[in-house]
Design a binder for this molecule. Structure first.
Ligand code: 3NM
Ligand code: MG
Length: 535
């Protein structure tokens, strides 16, 4: 029985004035049950024992009517008195082993954990599930030990997945600041891929307090969270058949070419909005590149405007090349809007890692939402990997934004890119003389382009612009969409750089715009193909 508990929408109650107000807790919980919460924990840190038991009894009646388990926070005695399904124990509460002796094997015992050590101990002591937190800062709980974010929780999931049978099977929920605006991406990203594990451990549920108890309409709030849990996030690609990298059979190349041709045609057909929140240096060039590839550019840095813009079927580029505090809060608003609407977001972490401000900006933005594609040069992607929780042992100081020389072999780059993509569950592109791109399962290395791209300003940024349009027009397979965008961009650069009238970077820029334009038209009119791909 207790193995079949559904932890997916886990309600933790709160009886404080700030959250419950003057309403009756039992009525609020009943509404939440009607809305679809799957398990309830009665958490009340201030009532006297008599009142606790009487409220818990009323709650248990309601829960039983809906066939939903009721747990009591901290108080094993209250759980016993009421005869409910179990308890939830914090680190300062009764030891799990002692609680088990009192409650027996059939009752559910959950434990709050926020570190690998606490998780290991809770598993050893026989907890049935772990409440892992704190995910995000919240006003609901005072004395929060540690805000560990998606990265910290993912680390614990990987740790559990690498342990013994009990550890692999233990159920998990995350807690702290979960609400309707972040639930889908949190669940999407709380997946713990490890090498050679085809079915990585995922989070079994989300625990919420204020998103339900603090809502004026707990039933609708619960139903909405349940709907979000049950539906794929709007940004999720609808298909991605796994195949494996460097398996470059002729057939695969051909299929990639066909997919790329289709993707380019779609950009022209749909002329998607490319919404750029980009740096001061490249605004004009980026708008021109978007037009040349057949997209519709808008350069709009005002976050509130993104609510409307995100509904137009386009893609967003967040380029932090000239980051400011205002800029960051605008980006965060736009990220939320695009995640909700499902429009793709390309994150271009320009100079990430170069300064403390940019490192913090990178992790702030990674916390703010889900990026469908993260693109950057080697150093930028390394900084993103660190922000994503990787421990990378290199002491390379980041130099300029566009500084050259690779620190890693192609295989190492491939490893970093594919692990980061698997972890973030998105597409990661590391640009360089050979670009490496992966969605965590599939991987391509592309060596097109020309050195002039490194001699003009904004080539990386405008590749981001290009990719936003390609992803928006081709949502079903974002990896292939991005490959097509790279090919369009880089093959156009090759054509431009080798033209007779192009003498250097200065004459290259207008020729590049021309070639971006005509390359697209050639594909649309079936006069060109992508066979110039350099593997
Ligand atoms: N425990 P809300 S955070 C009860 O980190 C609780 O262990 C936490 O409330 C932990 O959903 C928390 O309103 C409160 O953010 C979560
Ligand atoms: Mg406690």
């Amino acid at each position: 029985m207790k193995n079949q508990v559904d932890y997916s929408l886990y309600l933790v109650t709160d009886s404080t004035e700030a959250i419950l107000g003057s309403r009756d807790l039992v009525e609020v919980v009943e509404q939440a049950l009607l809305g679809g919460v799957t398990i309830v924990q009665y958490r009340d840190k201030s009532s006297d024992t008599g009142a606790l038991i009487s409220t818990a009894k009323r709650l248990h009646e309601k829960c039983k009517q809906h066939n939903i388990p009721l747990l009591i926070n901290d108080r094993v005695d209250v759980a016993l008195a009421v005869g409910c399904e179990g308890v939830h124990l914090g680190q300062d509460d009764m030891n799990i082993v002692e609680a088990r002796k009192i409650l027996g094997d059939d009752k559910i015992i959950g434990a709050t954990v926020s570190s690998l050590d606490e998780s290991r101990i809770a598993v050893e002591r026989g907890a049935d599930y772990l409440g892992i937190g704190t995910l995000y800062a919240t006003n609901t709980k005072k004395n929060i030990k540690d805000i560990i974010g998606v990265n910290g929780i993912r680390k614990i999931l990987r740790f559990l997945d690498a342990g013994d049978d009990a550890s692999q099977k233990i159920k998990t929920v995350c807690i702290g600041g979960v609400n309707a605006s972040n639930l889908q991406r949190v669940v999407h990203q709380l997946c713990a891929p490890r090498p050679n594990t085809p079915k990585p451990k995922t989070i079994d549920g989300v625990a919420v307090v204020s998103a339900i108890v603090g809502s004026p309409d707990p039933k609708t709030a619960s139903a909405n969270l349940q709907r979000l849990l049950a539906s794929p996030p709007p940004f999720k690609a609808t298909s991605s058949e796994p195949h494996f990298w460097f398996e470059k059979e002729e057939d695969e190349i051909k299929a990639l070419m066909t997919a790329s041709t289709k993707a380019t045609k779609r950009v022209h057909e749909k002329s998607p909005l490319s919404h750029n929140m980009t740096n001061l240096v490249v605004q004009n060039f980026a708008a021109n590149v978007a037009l040349a590839i057949g997209a519709s550019p808008i350069m709009a840095n005002y976050g509130d405007e993104a609510i409307d813009l995100s509904k137009l079927g386009g893609g967003l580029v967040v380029n932090m090349g000239t980051v400011t505090p205002d800029g960051l809060s605008n980006y965060a608003k736009a990220i939320t809007a695009y995640n909700a609407a499902g429009g793709p977001i390309v994150f271009d972490p320009v100079g990430a890692g170069a300064t403390a401000i940019r490192r913090e900006a990178t992790s702030f933005l990674m916390r703010s939402g889900y990026f469908d594609l993260i693109k950057g040069n080697e150093r930028e992607i390394l900084a993103v990997a660190r922000a994503s929780g990787f421990t990378l042992h290199d002491n390379s100081q980041q130099r300029g934004v566009d500084s050259g020389d690779s620190l890693f072999s192609l295989e190492q780059r491939a490893y970093i890119v594919s692990s980061l993509a698997a972890r973030e569950r998105n597409v990661v592109l590391m640009t360089g003389a050979t670009d490496v791109i992966s969605d965590g399962t599939r991987m391509y290395a592309i060596s097109n382009g020309h050195k002039y791209l490194g001699l003009i300003t904004g080539s990386g940024c405008t590749l981001g612009t290009t990719l936003s349009a390609y992803l928006a027009a081709n949502p079903e397979d974002k990896l292939h969409a991005a490959v097509a965008g790279i090919l369009h961009f880089e093959i156009a650069a090759q054509h431009a750089a080798t033209r007779d009238d192009v003498k250097g970077p200065g004459t290259f820029v207008p020729a590049f715009l021309d070639e971006l334009y005509s390359r697209g038209l050639e594909i649309v009119e079936d006069r060109g193909d992508w066979t110039a791909l350099q593997k």
